[in-house]
Design a protein around this ligand. Structure first.
Ligand SMILES: Cc1cc2nc3c(=O)[nH]c(=O)nc-3n(C[C@H](O)[C@H](O)[C@H](O)COP(=O)(O)O)c2cc1C
Length: 232
């Protein structure tokens, strides 16, 4: 079997797979310290946003948005990160505060990813969250396909009301994380393998209910025979 240099889960990804699939199988997050200039330009970012808009999205609500933190404002955001760190931990060391500040300044490109659940729709909140997650995944995959490294990181700062307000979020919005992107200057190890059966099973027909959750369980104290599907 011929393979190329792309690897996923420690396995070489066969070269005969469609390129898009090989890219999906090989993508992995790249930490900000492994990223350098140049970051994706406006055209590349627009393609990533377009890919995000192609994610599955019930009702096409786009219950998310991206805020581009332009390079000229990375320092300003870094100060907000430092202030947030000190609000949360007034005894934080100067090294910890510097690390918080660096999170905004390390990668050439920084985007805030905001989940904006829409009200006045019959689409349940959990579906809107799934749509937002799919959009986020598409952003990361698109940046990878364009040749850039990227990662999304949240941390406690994302729950900070002062930071959220400074970024212009509404009360109903959630700051899900910050996407750092740039050119990979230090290649990370390939993605770790995960067993497929962790997430993939086959339905074997109607599931036997646990007696405690079986609608017939209360009657089981008397001489009652549980229906087969309620039996352990
Ligand atoms: C919304 C969101 C927030 C995340 N925040 C963090 C974080 O704060 N710290 C962290 O170590 N990983 C965080 N992650 C996970 C990383 O982005 C990354 O997915 C993980 O390290 C696995 O790497 P991989 O994408 O290469 O499999 C977050 C992921 C998501 C989707």
């Amino acid at each position: 079997m011929s393979t190329d240099e792309a690897t996923a889960g420690g396995h070489a990804v066969p070269a005969d797979r469609p390129a898009a699939l090989r890219a999906l199988l090989a993508r992995r997050s790249v930490a900000p310290r492994r990223l350098g200039p140049p970051g994706p330009d406006a055209r590349a970012l627009a393609q990533a946003v377009r890919a995000a808009l192609r994610g599955p999205d019930h009702g096409k609500l786009a219950p998310w948005r991206l805020i581009d933190i332009e390079a000229a404002r990375h320092g300003e955001l870094g100060e907000l990160f430092a202030e947030e760190k000190l609000r949360r931990d007034p005894l934080a060391s100067s090294a910890d505060v510097a690390r918080a500040r660096e999170h905004a300044t390390r990668a050439p490109t920084l985007l805030a990813f905001v989940v904006s659940p829409r009200s006045g729709t019959t689409v349940p909140a959990q579906e809107q969250w799934l749509a937002a997650g799919a959009a986020l995944g598409n952003v990361l995959n698109a940046l990878d396909a364009l040749g850039f490294g990227a990662i999304v990181l949240s941390g406690d700062r994302c729950a900070d009301p002062v930071l959220k307000r400074a970024l212009g979020l509404h009360d109903s919005e959630v700051l899900a994380g910050f996407i750092s992107a740039g050119t990979v200057v230090q290649v990370p190890a390939s993605a770790r393998d995960q067993p497929l059966d962790r997430v993939w099973s086959t339905w074997g027909g109607v599931h036997p209910l646990e007696p405690a959750s079986c609608p017939h369980a209360d009657a089981a104290s008397g001489p009652v025979t549980l229906p087969a599907r309620c039996a352990r």
